[in-house]
Design a protein around this ligand. Structure first.
Ligand code: SF4
Length: 447
């Protein structure tokens, strides 16, 4: 998973992009990069690690200009971790330069490579394929060429293109990943998540629509539509459950509000009558636990587990070994909150089941009377091909085990998941992807 951020007509654009990426650091932390344009000259810098470690004052000074794009990256494929694989990617386009930043995942990479006659690539990123195809296109006009190029691409994408005088934002017709437009005075901003606008005191204007191409230039905004076969709207429900920051407005609703509704519904369907202490696996399940405890029927909300803020979220660590090690350093139990009590532990999802058994062991070690686990996301049984890191069925706990088997592995007294039908009822307007829960892939997947 990645995040992108663009700034147009802004003093010291690189500083704004720095903060825009920093605000979205929860989405990815392996690489950070940005490209800016100053009077037609492009400058770029990227490196491994989080934004504040990649960019110092010196690098930002070396990135002049009033327009630019940034990218933070978490690789989703094993062979994808080379240092070459940073974005934005800058290329020569006709008489000038162009840069691209991409969030999402293309699913017909093999066909795209073949259409380029398997020419040697500098990276192993699907994004480079798109950029090469665009640069080879013979259309006289860039937007026409971009539309033609995107007819060849399958999968999910939100894209930002930097040109010497323009910023172009694109969201694929499935709308799978969020992308929003913000404004401050005469400056425009585009971001994967709206939380990045808050830090810059930018007003949220609207989401980029699924299938939209938005051109931002000195002439103002110009909106167009991609010429693609109709694809059902398939926004990633996982963005609302887990991935997005609670402070972000995701697909029209603050993630915090959605998560409270989710927790409340989970409690209605899977209560723990006689429960005493409801606690979240922090921080991603905090609002879900708040919703779960809101009726008071299954216990009182307590902050029984503290999370170290010096370690990233385990789900986005690159290898299983690193994930396991970090779980042990990550959570601190507040023992008086659990001792002698019937504890209800609420989490957003179970993917690989790396974390939960260790947490339950910690709670039992602190002499809890009972430990009941409640999970807001239905069992994840299928891989995601659209950019979230759960790529193989073999890694997914719920694909290999029954709920009872998972309960035994976890060591809980009971284990409950919100059923898919109940999750779907929380978004009655429809237009969401639930493929990792039901195997119904709305966007073509690799063959
Ligand atoms: Fe999101 Fe799951 Fe669909 Fe992937 S498969 S886009 S994680 S809902």
């Amino acid at each position: 998973m990645c995040a992108i951020f663009g700034a147009f007509n802004v003093d010291r654009a690189s500083e704004k992009i720095y903060f825009g990426l920093h605000a979205q650091q929860h989405r990815a932390k392996e690489y950070a990069g940005m490209a800016v344009s100053d009077n037609g000259e492009f400058y770029q810098y990227a490196g491994p690690g989080i934004v504040q470690n990649v960019f110092s004052e010196k690098e930002l000074h070396g990135l002049p200009g009033r327009i630019g794009v940034g990218h933070i990256r978490y690789s989703t494929v094993e062979d994808d971790k080379s240092l070459n694989n940073t974005q934005p990617i800058v290329a020569n386009y006709r008489n000038g330069k162009i840069a691209i930043a991409h969030n999402g995942n293309l699913t017909n990479v093999r066909e795209l490579r073949q259409s380029l006659n398997n020419q040697k690539l500098f990276t192993s990123m699907d994004t480079e394929l798109l950029l090469r195809l665009l640069c080879l296109d013979d259309s006289t006009e860039l937007i026409e060429g971009l539309k033609k190029t995107l007819t060849k691409a399958q999968g999910t994408y939100t894209l930002l293109f930097l040109l010497p005088d323009r910023l172009i934002a694109v969201r694929d017709p499935s709308g799978n990943r969020p992308l929003s437009l913000g404004q401050r005075g005469k400056s425009w901003f585009v971001s994967s998540e709206t939380c990045a606008f808050d830090i810059l005191e930018v007003d949220f204007v609207r989401d980029i629509s699924p299938g939209e191409i938005l051109i931002i230039s000195q002439k103002g905004l110009e909106s167009g539509t991609l010429c693609l076969p109709s694809i059902p709207l398939a926004r990633c429900i996982f963005e609302k459950i887990y991935y997005g920051l609670p402070a972000s407005l995701i697909f029209g609703e603050y993630a915090s509000e959605f998560r409270k509704r989710l927790g409340s519904r989970l409690e209605e369907v899977c209560p723990v009558l006689g429960g005493q202490a409801v606690m979240s696996v922090p921080d991603s399940a905090n609002f879900i636990a708040e919703g779960y405890a809101s009726s008071g029927r299954s216990g009182k909300l307590t902050s029984g587990i503290l999370r170290s803020h010096y370690i990233g979220r385990t789900f986005i660590e690159p290898t299983p070994e690193q994930r396991e090690l970090k779980v042990k350093r990550k959570f601190q139990l507040v023992k008086p909150e659990v001792a002698g009590k019937s504890v209800v532990l609420v989490d957003d999802s179970i993917v690989r089941l790396n974390t939960m058994p260790s947490i339950v062991r910690m709670i039992r070690g602190a002499k809890a009377k009972e430990v009941h686990v409640r999970i807001a996301c239905p069992p994840i049984t299928n891989p995601c091909y659209y950019g979230i890191d759960m790529p193989t069925t073999v890694e997914l706990a719920a694909a290999k085990m029954s709920i009872e088997q998972m309960r035994i592995v976890i060591g809980a007294d009971s284990l409950g998941f919100l059923p898919l039908a109940e999750l779907q009822k929380l978004s009655p307007e429809g237009g969401y992807c639930y493929a990792c829960m039901n195997g119904e892939y709305p966007v073509p997947i690799p063959q």
